[in-house]
Design a protein around this ligand. Structure first.
Ligand code: ARG
Ligand code: ASP
Length: 707
């Protein structure tokens, strides 16, 4: 009885957002204002979002399509994470100018480096367009028709909304399509790299410390937006001027104490807060273990190779970083879900919903019958799961090796009947192939082992019966992909035709890819998946609406969908496991404690030592004279929030969000205030590095610093 009660209580809490849970819509922030002020906020919802006046939202940018940035000067200077700017720092790095390793600081505007392809998007305004988007839809409209009508309406609304302007409009569904918001954006394309700390500051702790607390990563980089003479977006030009944002953040050097109010303003990517027990079980207990096990294999081989030489380490670093990022997060997520009894919690919540739905139907208050939605969802998950798991294997095993990745490209060429398209792809392939063979010798052992072991793993699990008699080692050795010059020879005089395709498909690697792909992606499996998925989306729309009817007084936050949101909470430590308490902030002392000159991720430069030994922190030290580095708080964040400004009760910048604590990574599915913490770089460490470490004081002087 007590257990049932606990679960029911958990389910209840799980429904109405718990303290600190939620990623709120800026336009509707009035609803949260009282709670935020009660939590300590001293500004108003209007200071944060206001269509008629410059407000904090004007200081936020969407950095490409996956990170956040914030303006810190009236001259278009903005901050984001080092890991967000990473590819731009790398692309400007050469052996002579290795900015990635040694850092980069533009000492003049002329030295700032253009970053083609990089966009910085400002939200001009947002608007609820639900009625317009759903215009023409009745309860009888089929799902396929609904999709079509919605698409047509969206195209018309966005066209009308941006007519005669340089703005771009985008409309996104909320609550699975119960509501729609339109975003009018201004997209800047002349964005230049201004500064980045050296790797051993910006990536300090590397993958070992990733997703973990205590953390000491100086994860920031700086860029500047340029605009035309009218302060409007323009393609790169020498004549462009630094953009003058409507608003930039004041920076506070006061720091924060445990218990202080903070909020995060940025672009969270994806959460799945309202999914059923079946989905939680599928993610945490079925998909994650498969992905983790297969990535174990890859990481094992890459890490071994990285230990062989510094050149190898560099070669695999970014590959390993991206494989390890998901691998580590999923482990934390599954542990977290099971610690919370996430599946049982969801089931208890579903039982309660079902009971409510029966009563609701009996009352006949409205005509909606919610009693069938959960059983139907369950049925559709049954249809989805087998294909979903097979495809998870395909992605993580078949696609694990470079060998199969390259075979995939040849397979695609074999499918092309248009010769000029085929030639284009062949040229691209051959170019990459040349590079591939430059360091092929050492790599082949690693890649072969990964290829063989991941396929074997999938075979053992019963997902690749076509391997029953296959000799994977032979396939690897006999393919032209593993012989220098062989692919070049094959493509000499190649013309797209059925005959050529047949020859290409006869290569053992391309053949294996073909067999694997044809096995897992049959028309039946595709349509089974598509149908189940569409049904789930439609049913979730009904289920979420039902829950909102069931709990009319709760403020349901919509799942993250890469739109601008506000999350708020408190600076707070936590207990990750028995007997351990995590303090909410870290300092430069911790960097010295972690220092290890033999381990790449823990190297500390003499310059940082010198500043540390002299305690030369200037105005950036905290009241105790320490140099703060990072802090944690209970703000609900996710991927995409990287680079987001972390603000104090007065809306001043105190940090840059960059990660979450491992024990709370289940927060995309279930938020637990006891464990879920976002990790922020303390703005004082960022300024200390720019000013004291790099001597780029002129950049700090551009900023508005308040004490
Ligand atoms: N965990 C952070 C996020 O999800 C940082 C990832 C980059 N750092 C790394 N060592 N892989 O984006
Ligand atoms: N590190 C993530 C990002 O890059 C943030 C997170 O997942 O908490 O967006």
């Amino acid at each position: 009885m007590k257990k049932l009660f606990t679960l029911l209580f958990a389910a209840l809490c799980a429904l109405s957002a718990m303290a600190d849970e939620g990623m709120w819509i800026p336009l509707l922030l009035q609803k949260n204002e009282a709670a935020m002020q009660k939590s300590g906020m001293r500004i108003t919802a209007k200071d944060i979002y206001d269509i008629n006046n410059a407000c904090l939202k004007d200081a936020i940018i969407l950095f490409n399509q996956g990170c956040t940035g914030e303006y810190v000067s009236s001259e278009g200077l903005f901050l984001t994470n080092h890991h967000c700017g990473y590819s731009y720092i790398t692309s400007h790095s050469t052996v002579e100018h290795d900015y990635l390793t040694h850092g980069f600081w533009a000492m003049t505007r002329e030295q700032e480096l253009p970053c083609p392809g990089l966009t910085a998007t400002r939200l001009v305004k947002m608007e609820d367009v639900t009625f317009q988007v759903l215009d023409g839809i009745t309860p009888e409209t089929s799902e396929a028709d609904r999709t079509e009508i919605v698409e047509k309406n969206i195209a018309a609304i966005t066209k009308e909304a941006t007519k005669g302007t340089h703005y771009k409009a985008i409309i996104k569904p909320f609550y699975y399509g119960n509501q729609y918001f339109m975003y009018i954006n201004e997209v800047f394309t002349d964005v230049r790299l201004v500064g980045a700390p050296p790797s051993n500051i910006g990536k300090f702790g590397g993958d070992t410390d990733n997703w973990m607390w205590p953390r000491h990563t100086g994860d920031f980089s700086m860029f500047r937006v340029y605009a035309d003479k009218d302060n409007k977006p323009a393609a790169y030009s020498k004549d462009n001027k630094p953009y003058k944002p409507l608003k930039h953040f004041d920076i506070s050097l006061k720091g924060v104490e445990e218990g202080d109010f903070t909020f995060v303003f940025g672009y969270p990517g994806t959460t799945r807060r309202y999914v059923t027990s079946d989905q939680v079980n599928l993610s945490a207990n079925q998909e994650n273990p498969i992905r983790i096990a297969l990535r174990d294999i890859r990481l094992h081989h890459y890490k071994n190779a990285m230990e062989q030489s510094p050149a190898q380490r560099l070669k695999y670093a970014s590959k390993v970083a991206s494989i390890a990022n998901g691998w580590k997060k999923w482990q934390g997520e599954t542990l977290g879900i099971n610690r919370l009894k996430g599946v049982e919690q969801k089931k208890a919540q579903e039982d309660e919903f079902q009971q409510w739905a029966e009563n609701y139907k009996r009352l006949r208050i409205r005509d909606y019958d919610y009693t069938t939605v959960l059983p139907e969802l369950h049925k559709n998950y049954e249809a989805l799961t087998s294909v979903d798991l097979e495809w998870t294997y395909f992605n993580e095993a078949v696609m694990a090796s470079d060998f199969m990745g390259r075979a995939h490209r040849l397979y695609a060429i074999a499918q092309m009947s248009n010769d000029s398209l085929a030639q284009l792809q062949i040229r691209k392939f051959l170019k990459d192939n040349e590079r591939y063979f430059t360091d092929f010798a050492e790599h082949t052992l690693v890649d072969k082992a990964i290829f063989v072991e991941t396929f074997e793993y999938m075979h053992k699990a019963g997902y690749a019966p076509y391997l029953d008699k296959a000799d994977l080692g032979k396939i690897y050795d006999n393919s032209m992909l593993t012989k220098k010059g062989a692919v070049e020879k094959f493509f000499k005089g190649y013309k797209a035709s059925e005959k050529s395709a047949k020859k290409l498909l006869a290569d053992p690697a391309v053949d294996l890819f073909n067999v694997a792909y044809s096995y897992s992606y049959t028309p039946e499996k595709r349509s089974q998946y598509k149908e189940a998925n569409q049904n789930i989306n439609r049913l979730m729309r009904i289920y979420v609406k039902g829950m909102m009817t069931q709990y009319p007084d709760s403020n349901f936050f919509p799942d993250a969908n890469l739109t601008l949101r506000v999350a708020y909470g408190h600076v707070e430590g936590f207990t990750p496991r028995d007997g351990v308490y995590y303090k909410p902030y870290s300092t430069l002392d911790g960097i010295m404690q972690k220092e290890n000159p033999d381990i790449y991720d823990y190297v500390v430069t003499p310059r940082l030592h010198e500043l540390y030994n002299k305690k030369d922190y200037g105005r950036y030290a905290n009241a105790k004279g320490e140099m703060p580095v990072a802090f944690i708080a209970t703000n609900h964040t996710t991927g995409g929030n990287s680079g987001s400004p972390v603000l104090n009760a007065d809306g001043q910048l105190i940090g840059i969000n960059f990660d979450r604590c491992w024990e709370g990574t289940m927060s995309d599915l279930l938020f637990d205030p006891g464990y879920c913490r976002n990790i922020s770089l303390d703005i004082r460490y960022c300024l200390f590095i720019i000013d004291k470490y790099a001597g780029a004081r002129h950049l700090v002087d551009e900023m508005t610093i308040v004490r």
